[in-house]
Design a protein around this ligand. Structure first.
Ligand code: ATP
Ligand code: MG
Length: 383
């Protein structure tokens, strides 16, 4: 009797010719997630099976599997030869010894001597005989014993289905560059895009010496946490302090944030093109702050040609916070370190800046020189 983890993927996206591709990417992502933990991973028809793992690390293994996009559900169960006695021995391991239950059988091997109904009835009958505190309820049982007769002479026996992360395997929807701050929203935005199968790379702007090493460490920590979902390998940082100083010195104060954001987008696009990222991703949500109005968004979009994806645009802060808690980034996001956006923050930032005014103020700056100086501050951290 061998303990195994059964992994099922959602088949919705796996039509036709793409199927093999999706399955291969998911396999690679599962392998990557389990790196450093002993295991064997096999593909069987329509699912993956993990065996030969260290049972003392089962919880960690399941935690990692639960963060792999493309996994619909998984179960910890037993793999046994498919004769009735072996199946029964596994069923009595899996089934609690009191309460209501039912047995649900599935046969991939249609030549198996018993039908699904017969197999369920026999195993259920034996459980009832041996454990008098059990009773059958086929409609709303407290426990379900699932039997899956495979084609290779084995059967899988398990009791529960754990929900997987859902979505599509990361890497099947192209690659994008996430503008990651130390805040709550941008990590959630990265999570959302990875969930749809996009590979996500991280770019952070800091404002050293106005922001300190603590702020940078916080972003590294956030990136590390997020990379459990996004499979991201590196975090790139750029220093925008000098740009902020020039804006502060030369331009209308109410446009500080608007102008800085246009620099951020330009810098992000240049890096994205270098790294072959096909879009930018931000954590903006409509109307959340002064710069996230439709006018603010228009002003930032105007300086780039790559698409800018904003997966949180229609989310309330409460909904974003709930997601941040779910994915485990919230606690780190709320640590009190300054973001570059809060340095030189004007008292009354413009909420509806006119493009002509923005361009006039920006005309006071040597945009190209500032961009290339900022690009020269690039640092790369392996995650
Ligand atoms: P977040 O919670 O993600 O920090 P926010 O609500 O604080 O977002 P803004 O400060 O207006 O909103 O930032 C909007 C978006 O711009 C962020 O979600 C992020 O994608 C990007 N951004 C802001 N600051 C930075 C930064 N220092 N480095 C990289 N990207 C940033
Ligand atoms: Mg922020």
């Amino acid at each position: 009797m061998e303990k195994v983890i059964i992994i099922r993927y959602s088949e919705i996206h796996l039509k036709g010719k793409n199927r093999g591709y999706f399955e291969r990417v998911l396999l690679v992502n599962l392998e990557r997630a389990m790196k450093g933990l002993r295991h064997e991973l096999h593909r069987t028809s329509g699912r993956y099976l993990i065996s030969a793992f260290d049972e003392t690390r089962l919880e960690e293994l399941c935690g990692r599997i639960s963060r792999v996009f493309g996994v619909h559900s998984y179960s910890v169960g037993l793999c046994v030869p498919y004769d009735e006695d072996s199946i029964y021995r596994a069923a009595r391991e899996v089934c609690p010894k009191e309460g209501t239950f039912k047995v649900a059988s599935h046969r991939a091997d249609k030549k198996y001597p018993l039908t699904s109904m017969e197999l369920s009835a026999r195993i259920g009958g034996r459980l009832l005989d041996e454990f008098p505190a059990l009773s059958v309820d086929v409609h709303q049982p407290q426990h379900t014993v699932c039997l899956d007769v495979r084609e290779n002479g084995t059967a899988l026996v398990f009791g529960t289905f754990e929900a997987g992360a859902g979505g599509m395997p990361v890497g099947t929807s192209g690659k994008g560059l996430l503008l990651i701050s130390g805040g709550i929203d941008s990590p959630v935005a990265g999570y959302m895009m990875a969930k749809r199968g996009m590979s996500v790379e991280f770019l952070h702007f800091h404002s050293y010496p106005y922001t300190n090493d603590g702020a940078k460490e916080k972003v590294k920590e956030l990136s590390q946490l997020l990379s459990r979902y996004t499979c991201t390998g590196k975090l790139v940082t750029l220093n925008v302090a000098h740009i902020q100083e020039e804006i502060h010195a030369k331009c209308a104060a109410e446009l500080n944030v608007t102008l800085l954001r246009r620099f951020m987008f330009r810098l992000a696009e240049r890096l994205a093109k270098r790294y072959d990222d096909k879009c930018l991703i931000t954590g903006e949500s409509l109307g959340q702050v002064a710069s996230q109005t439709i006018e603010g968004i228009t002003s930032s979009n105007a300086v780039v040609s790559l698409p800018v994806l904003r997966p949180l645009i229609g989310f309330d802060k409460d909904e974003i916070i709930a997601l941040a808690k779910k994915i485990g980034t919230f606690e780190t996001s709320v640590l009190p370190f300054e973001d570059c956006c809060t340095v030189f923050l004007p008292e009354f930032p413009a909420t509806r800046p006119k493009l002509s005014f923005i361009e006039e103020e920006e005309g006071k700056l040597d945009v190209e020189r500032l961009l290339s100086e900022a690009l020269g501050t690039k640092e790369v951290y392996e995650l």
